[in-house]
Each structure stands twice: as C-alpha cells, then as structure tokens.
Design a protein around this ligand. Structure first.
Ligand code: OAD
Length: 251
C-alpha cells in the first residue's frame, strides 16, 4: 500500500495521537455495522430497539435483541485492526482511543483507558433506580431480569437514541480531540452526533486528519487523507510504519 509521504512525515512528528473508531473496525470480527446495506439498521428498527420509547413500549423485545447481540459477540474475537491499535498505544508521547462501539473488542485486544462514548453492551443497570446490575447475565436467558433492589426492569449500559452521552466520556473526547496533532477516524459513517463532530474539532484545532473507511463519509471532505480500505488491512501496515519510525528514533 502506497501511503502519502505527508502521512509518513506526520507520523514521524506526531506527539499526540487520537483514534476514533466506529462499527467498521469490528466488521472483520463478524460484528455487523449499522448503516451498511446489510447493517443492523437495515434489518431492525432503531426506534423500537434503541430508544427509551422502544423500551417502554416493549422491554422484553429490546432485552431479547441485546441478548441476541451478546450471543453474536460471545463467539467474536478482536481482529488485526483492534490489535494494531492496541500496539500503537505506547509509541507516542500521548495516545487516546475513543470508540463508539459497545463491544469491548478494543479492550480485549489490549487497549487501555478506552473512552467509550456509547457505553458497553456487557454491563447492565436498573432502568428505574439506576443500580448497576453486576450479577452475571446468562446470554441464553430470554427473560429480562428484574432489579434486586427495586424490582425495576434491567437495561443494557448502552446509550440509546435521544439519550445524553456519559458526560465524562464526551468531555474527555472533546478535550483530547482538540489537543491531537494526528487524528484517525476509522470505520465510522460519521452520521451520529456528537461523535461525528470530533474529527472536525480535531481538524479545526490543527490536527492532520486521516480517515480509514472503504467508503466516503460526511467527514471525508475534511480529511487530509482518505484511505479507502478495510481497517483490519490498513491498520497493521500503519502500525508497522509507526513501529519502524519509533525504532529509528531510538537508535
Ligand atoms: P455505521 O454502521 O454507521 O458506519 C460503519 C462505517 O464503517 C461505514 O462508513 C462503513 O463504510 C465502514 N466500514 C464497513 N466495513 C469496514 C471495514 N472493514 N473497515 C473500515 N470501515 C468499514 O457505524 P457507526 O458510525 O459506528 O449507536 O455508527 C455510530 C453509532 O450509530 C453506533 O455507535 C450506534 C449506531 O446507532 C449506538 O449504539 C448508540
């Protein structure tokens, strides 16, 4: 793969690298994206399955859909894209990984201190009293459990449409995006806000913006370079370049 000389130069000079990922990074792990033509939102209705109204209307249906997604996830493994990102984290003075994904595959690949903008699918909490529901969930159990404190319904710790993002996560993500000198937007359609705005913030504050996505998105126009290929193919190559440059610097 022929990377632009400018990208090499930016990697060489980079002190503060930020990566934002979306569902595309997990595609090679067998996890469906949302908005591709065979994505989850082409088969399922997000209003029914990923909103408070949908949960109020039919909480069992919502619960069963998340159980189905947990089952898919239980046989998935991190892919070369996740591993390449995990290997990048010690190569720069500062490195931040921000994800919209709820699958925890980055952490399983070894990434530390990941900023999760949309929560995670493995943990739960009470819809009524907010108590963290730490009791292990049997992913084959179709019946929604009830809160042991108040009897309320149990929901996954993911952010639904219309809900605010965890304040600490979005605050940190914005601050890190402002401070980045090299920024990667990977495998996201950039359709969901506020996450979609983070690469634009980074660019406005002077970062060199790289997009890795087989398709063009609404942020492609802001990118300094768009690499139109799969994350699991491109990222190991980029990590290889970063590692070689880091080795050279240390000699
Ligand atoms: P989308 O499904 O909207 O976008 C996935 C992007 O990944 C698309 O732009 C694809 O072109 C790209 N893609 C597909 N395969 C790829 C691959 N192998 N390598 C790299 N890129 C690939 O997913 P997100 O942008 O993550 O919200 O969606 C954002 C949010 O919308 C999600 O976090 C979710 C959803 O509703 C919540 O769950 C709260």
């Amino acid at each position: 793969m022929d990377f632009a000389g400018e990208l090499l130069e930016r990697i060489m000079k980079a002190k503060n690298v930020v990566i934002l990922t979306g569902a595309g990074i997990s595609a090679e792990s067998g996890i469906s994206t949302f908005r591709d033509k065979d994505g989850l939102w082409s088969q399922f209705n997000p209003k029914e399955l990923a909103s408070i109204d949908g949960f109020m209307e039919n909480s069992e249906r919502v619960w069963q859909w998340y159980q189905y997604r947990r089952q898919v996830l239980s046989s998935a493994e991190p892919n070369e894209g996740h591993y390449a990102i995990a290997r990048m984290q010690n190569l720069f003075d500062r490195f931040t990984l921000i994800t919209q994904n709820v699958d925890r595959l980055h952490q399983r690949a070894g990434s530390k201190d990941v900023i999760e903008l949309h929560g995670n699918i493995l943990e739960n909490r009470c819809f009524s009293c907010n108590t963290a529901y730490t009791k292990e969930i049997d992913i084959n159990d179709k019946q929604m459990p009830r809160c042991e404190s108040c009897g309320g319904k149990i929901r996954p710790c993911v952010v639904w449409f219309g809900e605010a993002l965890p304040q600490d996560a979005i605050n940190r993500a914005e601050i890190e995006s402002m401070q980045a000198d090299l920024y990667f937007s990977i495998g996201t359609s950039s359709e969901v806000f506020p996450a979609a705005n983070l690469p634009v913030i980074a660019k406005d504050y002077g970062a060199y913006l790289v997009e890795i996505n087989p398709n063009r998105t609404s942020i492609t126009q802001y990118a300094d370079i768009h690499i139109p290929d799969k994350a699991a193919i491109v990222l190991p190559l980029i990590h290889g370049i970063m590692k070689n440059l880091d080795d050279m610097k240390r000699q």
